[in-house]
Design a protein around this ligand. Structure first.
Ligand SMILES: Cc1cc2nc3c(=O)[nH]c(=O)nc-3n(C[C@H](O)[C@H](O)[C@H](O)COP(=O)(O)OP(=O)(O)OC[C@H]3O[C@@H](n4cnc5c(N)ncnc54)[C@H](O)[C@@H]3O)c2cc1C
Length: 507
């Protein structure tokens, strides 16, 4: 463990929060001005976890996943316990230092890295990764915020239960990050977002107090829902340190089908048919354009299209079954037969093994990486009412192509949730490799796409949050009364504005 001695004066016992020490808000006459090494030493003494200060150690924490934002920090603090988090938050509060929480650093909007001022502490929850308990009869698991999502899924499975949150970053992202961004993923159609999977939270507030809301209750109507306030707040109100999560019965069988469809409208009709026939067995329904699929086939050797007749659009359907493989296969085949008979689906393939199931899913999950292999792209993570998706795609594609014919659309996403990854890549009209020329179009293309989203009654950030990427744009599209209420909440819970400064709320 990388701890040092407490410097005299600054820091010291007064900030060792959570250990019976006075609250940070009580009168304190110590001179807390920051002066380089002394400040670091006092921070080191404020908690018992690890502190990284060398540039080669801190660098990976200061660059976001998409390598778009590089920040600076006084240090990277890695607490081992909730009391450690209290110590760090109180230390920062006394010195007016910002606190930037970070989980797996897989967020896509720049929320998990500090600004360039170097006046924040990056608080990584990576070492707070214990499973505190599993209660199969209550169908709950209690975990620390730094638990990697995949480990939570695996621990639940060992107990014969399903934790259904599922996304391509699950080997790296953490429960704290999932809750703070209210992550979605591929099973929202059946189980809901991270918010709907969480029953209780433990939080270290901006004032350095612990709120123990770790209740495993499905019913609790005793006041404002503080849990829901912290979920989706992207670390701007406090630090989530642990959570009680919902578990479900573990399916016995899973089967996937890849079906060609002639249009998003046909995909929507297939969704209705699937919902009517499969009910709660339908666990994913993804839309993929043929252009998006073509990128995966090009950049991932060994990948292949499992259907013979090419289509302009495809749908990936997943069914989870509590009975048997046979039952699952029959249900999927019945669905597809009905769709083939009505002409909704020209061709479809059903996974015949777990390997094939994974291959079908790889066609969907590798789209982002395949798109990046082609160069820079302009991403939109949007939602509109499911029924309006076909019209949205038709009208917005036409608008963007009319204004910027040198680009091409790469569209895919969670059709069952009304959530599209509505992306734009350089087309043949742009010189290959000229990222600057392409990225100069980002502002104008965002404006067309997001204005259309709002016209269609949608949201400009469906599951990735606001961070820094969508912070200012969100103000353009939110009602003034909404922004005012958000500011009032921020002011009430973080009056000094030290929790993840510069993110989420426009200046
Ligand atoms: C390949 C890939 C696929 C993805 N697919 C999806 C998808 O399908 N659906 C989806 O919703 N997202 C997706 N994402 C985005 C990302 O994985 C999620 O947003 C994830 O929930 C972030 O978790 P994290 O631990 O990496 O959080 P980070 O990136 O570390 O942080 C995200 C935000 O949460 C805050 N935060 C982190 N931990 C805490 C905490 N303990 N307390 C308070 N605030 C905290 C950070 O300050 C930041 O604002 C994907 C990302 C990648 C790279």
């Amino acid at each position: 463990m990388d701890t040092g001695s407490t410097a005299s004066g600054a820091g010291g016992a007064g900030v060792r929060g959570g250990r019976g020490v006075s609250d940070a808000s009580t009168a304190d006459t110590t001179d807390y001005r920051l002066d380089g090494q002394a400040a670091i030493e006092s921070l080191r003494g404020a908690f018992s976890g690890r502190l990284l200060t060398e540039p080669q150690d801190t660098a990976p924490y200061l660059l976001d996943y998409r390598k778009r934002w590089r920040g600076a920090a006084m240090a990277v603090a890695m607490p081992d316990s909730t009391e450690d988090v209290v110590g760090i938050v109180r230390w920062c509060r006394q010195r007016q230092v910002g606190v930037v929480p970070q989980g797996g650093n897989t967020g896509l909007t720049g929320g998990s890295v500090p600004d360039r001022s170097g006046r924040s502490v990056l608080l990584s929850l990576a070492r707070m990764n214990r499973i505190r308990s599993v209660d199969p009869l209550n169908n709950t698991i209690t975990v620390e915020a730094g638990c990697v999502l995949q480990r939570v899924q695996e621990t639940a499975a060992e107990a014969g239960r399903l934790f259904p949150l599922s996304l391509a970053a699950q080997g790296t992202c953490t429960i704290g990050g999932n809750l703070s961004t209210n992550a979605g993923g591929v099973q929202v159609i059946r189980f809901g977002n991270a918010r709907e999977l969480c029953l209780g939270l433990e939080v270290v507030t901006a004032t350095g107090e612990i709120w123990d809301g770790l209740k495993g209750l499905r019913k609790d109507n005793t006041g404002y829902d503080l849990r829901d306030l912290f979920i989706g707040a992207e670390g701007t109100l406090g630090i989530i340190t642990a959570a009680v999560l919902k578990l479900f019965p573990l399916p016995v069988a899973k089967v996937a089908a890849l079906a060609g469809v002639t249009s998003p409208q046909a995909a929507l009709q297939l969704l209705e048919l699937a919902q009517n026939r499969l009910g709660s067995s339908l666990t994913a329904f993804e839309l993929i354009s043929s252009d998006a699929l073509a990128l995966v086939l090009k950049h991932f050797p060994g990948s292949r299209l499992p259907v013979e007749t090419p289509s302009t659009w495809y749908v990936l359907v997943e069914l989870s079954d509590l009975d048997s493989d046979q039952h699952a296969n029959e249900a999927m085949e019945n669905l597809l037969s009905a769709a083939l008979e009505t002409g909704l689906v020209p061709d479809a393939a059903v996974s015949a093994s777990i390997d094939q199931f994974r291959q079908f899913w790889a066609l969907r999950e590798n789209i982002s990486e395949a798109q990046s292999a082609e160069g820079k792209n302009i991403k939109h993570d949007i939602s509109v009412p499911i029924s309006r998706i076909p019209d949205f795609i038709e009208q917005t594609d036409a608008e963007i192509q009319a204004a910027h014919p040198e680009t091409r659309m790469i569209v895919f996403g969670h059709l069952g949730d009304g959530n599209l990854h509505y992306n734009v890549s350089p087309g043949p009209g742009l010189p290959p490799g000229d990222d600057d020329a392409f990225l100069a179009l980002e502002g104008p293309i965002n404006r067309i796409a997001h204005d259309a989203v709002v016209r269609f009654g949608g949201s400009i950030s469906a599951e990735h949050g606001l961070g820094i990427l969508r912070r200012d744009e969100s103000a353009r599209y939110k009602q003034p009364v909404e922004v005012a209420m958000m500011r009032a909440i921020k002011q009430a819970l973080d009056p000094q504005g030290l929790m993840n400064p510069g993110k989420y709320l426009p200046d």
